[in-house]
Design a protein around this ligand. Structure first.
Ligand code: WTA
Length: 677
């Protein structure tokens, strides 16, 4: 948490834009929407909690119905739909075969435009998941409860691998492909994964990237940290044609596409797991340098992903749904894979960057596939706008529904999204949620709530937010004051714990506003999200950004401490401090300030090495916008680095605040001069 002397959070540098007027959902949208019940929030009032959430679970097929909706006996480790049994892979595939065997489950759009789009039916998905599950079970010895790290790009083999794990009751941990081999290693070690599943290469911005080299680094580094995977399973981007310059290591690496031939036609019965058995881990950044594995259960999570996909994303059987997020993040898990497939929808997987080869690419895809629902981030919208927009009006597509997620969206960017991309025909939902929450928490319900640019909206039915000040007093709506947004009640999509770190789960998310650590009453355990927020008089929430040492860079969640320790792997660096700086396209970008060891000269080469070290440790997405080599970092007399002052300088804010308590106030002007040069 930031305090007076150390940091300045995203929430504090947020621009406070004014109140906007409402936009109403088009009548044509409301008339066809899955959810038209204006009284929905009454049905989901706290008086009806937790039974109201049975409606979510009823969207799934259970092998055994639950006995208890919510078990709070070990609060805040809540258990949903206890006694129930089900399988996520069965729910996303098998149960659709009777009616939708020949329907497209996944449209795969390769980045190179001359490569044909591939359409995989539910039947084919079923065949491929079964064969790969058989390989995992019979070749690799995977059993229920094993953890499997999957470090793969945006290709259909990624959900195939996830669903094959789920079929066996194994817990997948997908690592974003843009992350480094080192980042994958840390996650392999923490989860004690049995296998690493990867791919030889993939396309990004026109280049065929060598991905296999990261698997070698991940293997070696995790082994050095004391945990080696049994095998590295490598899918080929072009089946039958290994496409990486990094050689295969005999005995350790297996080319999946070769081995799959032995499993042709094999079927694997889905393992019926308990509702609260873990489905996956998703590592995310927090205040410390160590990423935490958010553990999601099966029944609660899948119910929540399915209900929100149906009623917030408004997916109907005939829709073609395109979420442009990456499956390596929670958005892709819930809203490319699990939610849409649980509903039997057709979901698009796009391999590459939205602006490749030009900003018209998304609109050509939308036209070709007849996309009706589009889902992306403010960063992608800003990037498309900056690249000229790609002339959506020239293409014959019509979105009925669009989503924005991941960062606050400025009202003028929202309006550009609405006017230009949505052609003034589409309803927009600005959805606020987190890795930890499994699905949307704050959003308008698209057919019944008006939209307000720059505000995420009221809460989801069944979600009861509250904004607390530092002392635990409620900050009332319309007071124009910001505070810490919390949720009063548990909900089915909520994560279960942090993998192997239950204490951190309690201390990070609950301790601050819990008054009785022994209580088994859910009312005593409001969930603290870690975001600053304000509530307008009409009840709509505006999310300001993180209140802790986390920054959302282009919608990717990174811990400033992770970047700081990455910089310290360069031996010449003595100290480092990362601050959040506002950016026109990416929303927020990190800037890093470093001081050097004695007698080391600041050079361009060193600056580059620091930036490269961050890319190597974490991934290129974490590269700072600037590396400032300074004589000394501003510090208090007790030696705390004053990141607040650095943040003011990085955000061109002349008011650096009180510097009299510094032990080295003269550094402030020096740094400012460097910065303006
Ligand atoms: C931010 C991504 C404003 C927020 C789903 C949150 C948002 C963090 C919004 C979680 C939104 C997400 N408006 N800010 N609509 N959605 N955020 O875990 O700071 O990658 O805490 O999950 O993204 O990022 P995460």
């Amino acid at each position: 948490m930031s305090d007076e002397t150390s940091g300045v959070s995203e929430a504090e540098i947020a621009v406070h834009w004014g109140e906007e007027s409402y936009f109403h959902p088009p009548a044509s949208f409301s008339a066809q929407a899955n959810l038209q019940d204006k009284n929905i929030r009454d049905r989901f009032s706290l008086d009806n909690f937790p039974q109201c959430f049975e409606e979510f679970a009823d969207l799934l097929t259970w092998d055994r119905r639950w006995d208890k909706v919510l078990d709070t006996s070990d609060a805040p480790f809540f258990k949903w739909f206890v006694g129930g049994r089900l399988n996520a892979s069965y729910n996303c595939i098998d149960r659709h075969l009777e009616k939708h065997s020949n329907k497209t489950a996944i449209h795969f759009v390769p980045e190179p435009e001359h490569e044909a789009i591939q359409h995989m039916t539910y039947r084919e998905l079923w065949v491929r998941v079964n064969e790969f599950a058989a390989l995992l079970r019979d070749f690799a010895g995977v059993k229920q409860g094993d953890r499997i790290t999957i470090h793969m790009p945006m290709v259909p083999e990624l959900p195939i691998a996830m669903l094959a794990c789920a079929r066996l009751g194994a817990i997948h941990s997908v690592v974003f492909a843009g992350f480094s081999g080192k980042a994958a290693a840390d996650r392999i070690v923490d989860s004690e994964s049995k296998l690493l599943i990867t791919m030889d290469s993939y396309y990004r911005s026109g280049a065929l990237l060598d991905h296999k080299e990261k698997a070698d680094i991940a293997y070696e580094d995790s082994k050095n940290q004391g945990h080696a995977v049994d095998k590295v399973l490598v899918f080929e981007r072009y089946p039958g044609r290994y496409s990486s310059p990094t050689p295969i290591v005999e005995g350790r690496d297996i080319i999946v596409n070769d081995l799959l031939k032995d499993f042709r036609g094999q079927r694997v019965d889905p393992v019926s797991v308990k509702s609260e058995d873990p489905l996956f881990l998703m590592y995310t950044s927090g205040s410390t340098g160590r990423p935490k594995g958010a553990q999601h259960g099966t029944g609660g999570y899948l119910s929540y992903a399915a209900w929100t996909s149906k009623n917030v994303q408004d997916i109907h059987p005939e829709d073609v749904y395109w979420c442009m997020a990456d499956i390596g993040w929670i958005t892709g898990h819930s809203y490319i894979v699990y939610g849409p497939l649980a509903l039997g929808a057709s979901s698009i997987i796009y391999e590459g960057t939205p602006t490749y080869p030009d900003a018209g690419r998304p609109w050509r895809v939308a036209e070709e596939l007849g996309v009706t629902i589009f889902h992306t981030s403010p960063t992608a919208i800003r990037a498309l706008r900056k690249a000229g927009g790609g002339n959506p009006e020239k293409y014959n597509y019509h979105f009925k529904h669009m989503t924005t997620v991941g960062e606050p969206i400025e009202p003028d960017v929202w309006k550009w999204y609405y006017d230009v991309i949505g052609k003034k025909e589409a309803v927009i939902v600005d959805t606020w949620w987190q890795t930890e929450t499994g699905g949307f928490l704050i959003t308008t319900m698209p057919a019944i709530d008006p939209m307000k640019p720059g505000s995420a909206g009221p809460a989801m039915p069944g979600i009861h937010p509250v904004i607390y000040d530092e002392d635990g007093n409620e900050v009332p709506p319309g007071s124009n004051k910001a505070g810490n947004i919390c949720i009063r009640n548990p909900w089915p999509g909520m994560f279960q714990t942090i993998w192997k770190d239950p204490d951190r789960f309690v201390s990070t998310y609950f301790a601050k506003y819990n008054k009785d650590p022994k209580s088994t009453d859910w009312r005593d355990w409001p969930y603290m999200a870690g975001d600053g927020a304000m509530q307008a008089a009409d009840g709509y929430y505006r999310i300001l950004g993180r209140i802790d040492d986390v920054i959302n860079v282009a919608g990717h969640r990174l811990g400033t401490k992770e970047l700081e320790s990455a910089a310290l792997t360069v031996p010449e660096v003595a100290e480092s401090a990362v601050v959040a700086a506002k950016d026109d396209v990416k929303g927020i970008m990190p800037e890093i300030y470093v001081s050097l060891q004695p007698n080391v000269e600041p050079t361009e080469e060193l600056r580059k090495r620091i930036s490269d070290a961050i890319a190597k440790e974490i991934g290129p997405i974490a590269k700072p916008r600037a590396v400032w080599i300074v004589p000394d970092l501003p510090k208090t007399r007790s030696g705390k680095i004053m990141r607040r002052i650095l943040a003011a300088i990085s955000n061109d804010n002349n008011d650096v605040g009180d510097v009299t308590t510094l032990s080295n106030p003269e550094t402030v002007d020096l740094i400012r001069k460097l910065h303006t040069k």
